[in-house]
Write a protein that binds this ligand. Structure first.
Ligand code: GLA
Ligand code: GLA
Length: 681
């Protein structure tokens, strides 16, 4: 639990008692001479830092050769941090194998689908399934855990780093062997595998397990179920590595919570974090803003989904950036206010820790132009002053620590299996973007000032009056039953184009789309109508669709048509439908409406459920509101989504962050955040 970690943090230099929010960064002292360390801890105290992640990329320093160990420097770092009241999230240091290891054992290096070796020179050049790598990594973990078991600075373990960031897909012979084992466990018999993979197609029938390979470069589209299973397997292989390290840590340091940093972001779909969540003692996430339309909505979505993965419990923001990163085509500095706003937006969605990559900006190496808490310019900088101010803000928010998110009436279902399956090749369109569609619905709800929880199939879906499941493409029979029960028991389900199309084997549900949800939705589609890039269709409710259309026939007398196509080949036919069920309903949106179209449609989808904005009308869309509830009270976060000042009238409560006018209105400057403890809570 994150509460275990927070309670292990010492009182800060300010004497503020635990529980408190954690604040800190990755700290890489091995990149700096000893005298800099003294300045580091002094500045950490000045900024209010109470936790740092250490030794993430220190393998070569800790173990300079197969049989040699150098802990002296790390002992000193741990002691120094402890003396200064700073807790350590200690990494297991396995993320970047040292040159001596890859030279002695090149067989640990990953292989691409084209058979190319991924050479050392960067980081994470290891096969998740390599027994040789595993042996060396676990030996290191054992040494570290034994040495620091009783160290007072140790507050948590940080397994590896961003598992799968660069090595999620490995097509080596080790991977092939492990894939076969995974498939045997899943299918037991070759007949079952042949059925699931549909190997009657293109003469792919296997007569021996040894014939099975990862989906390496092939002459044409590799078998879709083979691809889907390889994605599942690859996520599981990394999860297995996480478990292997964690078991040693639990054995040697029981009571010290173990985590690893997830990357809940659009570009990192390989790891099914909903499925990993139970493997860690608390969920930790890394997030970086990629400048583009909806960028802060995406930040909010990521934080919200991380909370969903964590079951609504508080989680740990392990990394984000104080300003620019180094890995985009153009790396933009954050504008004034964005450092604090971005951090607090994570806190608004349940983060009990705000940490950055990294403490001190590197002078050398591939990340020397990546921002940090202490920039190249040094502590006499606007950036460090903003960092220190944020430390103060987080101290003021100490009562929030431990608060869970208060469930919203609307849920958005985000499902890795559908993400993977809907974007495979040889589909009706290659333009479909699962994450973007989900984000569009989220942005539309933000525009309407309506709170929503992003949840996974492991969440209790019945908590939400409205459940939006965009592109829920892969629907096993059990999920179809759950969703039907949900709607029949009063829930309002909303789904979209290309949903309910395949089962867990990626086999089409026959008899007309959206097969698994056809009866529930009271519609039938005989043929898909994807649109060429840039082509749109008009609907009769004045919205515009893109990407996709369906030729819909309503099949139940009670199915209502909420909007029809006005142009295109389906002109006059239904585009948006809703079937009332016993107390609830099931709606279908057959085209991609985008944020504006969804903002205009949503009120009609939400009305039967009685869902409305909780915000005063004049600030809807301008302000994002979240609520956290815990031992310290009930907290309202108000985030200004705009670059203009916004005044939120009619709010009462104790102001923890921000300011209120004489009339009790909360005044938010551009990109500002206010936090209030609500009365009677
Ligand atoms: C990831 C890694 C860090 C660093 C940052 C840079 O989050 O975990 O080591 O590379 O990216 O943005
Ligand atoms: C070719 C092949 C067929 C089939 C079609 C699909 O014609 O011979 O087997 O793959 O392409 O368009």
């Amino acid at each position: 639990m994150i509460s275990t970690l927070l309670s292990r943090l010492q009182r800060g230099p300010d004497g503020a008692p635990a529980p408190r929010l954690a604040f800190g960064a990755d700290y890489n002292p091995e990149q700096w001479p000893r005298e800099v360390w003294e300045e580091d801890v002094r500045l950490m105290r000045e900024a209010g830092v109470n936790i740092v992640s250490v030794a993430i990329f220190s393998w070569a320093r800790i173990q300079p050769g197969p049989g040699t160990w150098d802990f002296a420097w790390l002992d000193e770092v741990m002691d120094l941090l402890h003396e200064n009241g700073i807790g350590v999230d200690l990494a297991t240091a396995t993320a970047s194998p040292p040159p001596w290891l890859t030279t002695a054992h090149p067989e640990i290096l990953p292989v691409t689908d084209r058979g190319e070796t991924v050479w050392p020179g960067a980081r994470q050049h290891w096969r998740p399934t390599s027994p040789v790598f595993r042996e060396h990594a676990l030996r290191l973990v054992r040494e570290l855990a034994t040495r620091y078991a009783g160290h007072p600075a140790l507050v948590a373990w940080h397994v590896n780093n961003e598992l799968g960031c660069h090595n999620v897909y490995d097509y080596s012979d080790d991977a092939a062997r492990a894939f076969r084992e995974w498939l045997r466990a899943r299918y037991t018999t070759l007949d079952a595998l042949n059925h699931a993979w549909g190997t009657a197609f293109w003469s792919q029938r296997y007569s021996d397990w040894e014939q099975i390979l990862p989906p390496r470069l092939a002459a044409s589209h590799p078998n879709p179920t083979q691809q889907l299973d390889f994605k599942r397997f690859s996520s599981d292989a990394l999860k297995d590595h996480l478990r292997a390290e964690r078991e040693i840590l639990r054995e040697l340091t029981p009571g010290v919570p173990v985590t690893t940093n997830f990357m809940v972001m659009p570009g990192t779909k390989g790891m099914n974090y909903a499925d990993w969540a139970d493997e860690v003692d608390f969920v930790a996430n890394d997030h970086y803003v990629v400048p583009r339309p909806q960028d802060r909505d995406e930040l909010s979505f990521s934080a919200n989904l991380t909370s969903g993965i964590a079951g609504g419990r508080p989680w740990f923001l392990m990394e984000h950036s104080t300003s620019a990163v180094n890995w985009q085509p153009v790396n933009l500095a954050k504008r004034p206010g964005e450092l604090a706003r971005d951090s607090l937006l994570h806190v608004a969605h349940g983060a009990d820790a705000v940490c950055f990559f990294q403490w001190r900006q590197s002078a050398a190496g591939a990340e020397k132009y990546h921002s940090a808490m202490v920039p190249h310019a040094g502590a006499d900088s606007d950036l460090f002053r903003a960092v220190t101010a944020l430390g103060g803000t987080l101290r003021a928010l100490a009562p929030v620590a431990g608060a869970e998110r208060e469930p919203a009436e609307v849920g958005i279902l985000f499902d890795w299996e559908s993400w993977w399956a809907s974007e495979q090749d040889s589909h009706p369109t290659s333009l479909l973007d699962y994450h973007q569609e989900a984000l569009d619905w989220y942005s539309a709800l933000l525009a309407l000032g309506i709170r929503a929880d992003v949840v996974t199939t492991r969440s209790d879906l019945s908590r939400h009056r409205v459940l939006i499941a965009p592109v829920l493409h892969l629907v096993p029979a059990e999920l179809a039953k759950d969703l039907t029960r949900y709607a029949e028991q009063g829930g309002h389900l909303v789904t979209t184009y290309f949903s309910g199309v395949v089962d867990e084997n990626d086999h089409v549900w026959l008899g007309g789309y959206p097969g698994a949800l056809r009866d529930l939705l009271g519609i039938r589609v005989e043929e898909f109508g994807p649109l060429p890039a840039g082509q749109t269709v008009e609907l009769d409710d004045a919205t515009t669709g893109g990407l996709w259309t369906d030729r819909i026939t309503t099949t139940a007398p009670e199915t209502e048509v909420l909007a029809r196509y006005r142009t295109g080949v389906h002109a006059g036919r239904p585009a948006v439908t809703r079937r009332p069920t016993g107390g609830g309903s099931a709606a279908y949106v057959s085209t991609r409406l985008g944020v504006d179209g969804l903002t205009s449609l949503l009120p009609r989808l939400l009305a039967p459920a009685g869902v409305r904005s909780e915000l005063p009308a004049e600030v809807r869309g301008l302000v994002e509101a979240t609520v956290r509830r815990g031992p310290g009270g009930r907290f309202l976060f108000l985030v200004n989504r705009t670059d203009d000042p916004v005044t939120v009238p009619g709010t009462t409560g104790e102001v923890l962050v921000g300011s209120t006018g004489a009339d009790g209105a909360v005044a938010l400057g551009p990109r500002d955040v206010a936090v209030l403890r609500l009365p009677n809570s």
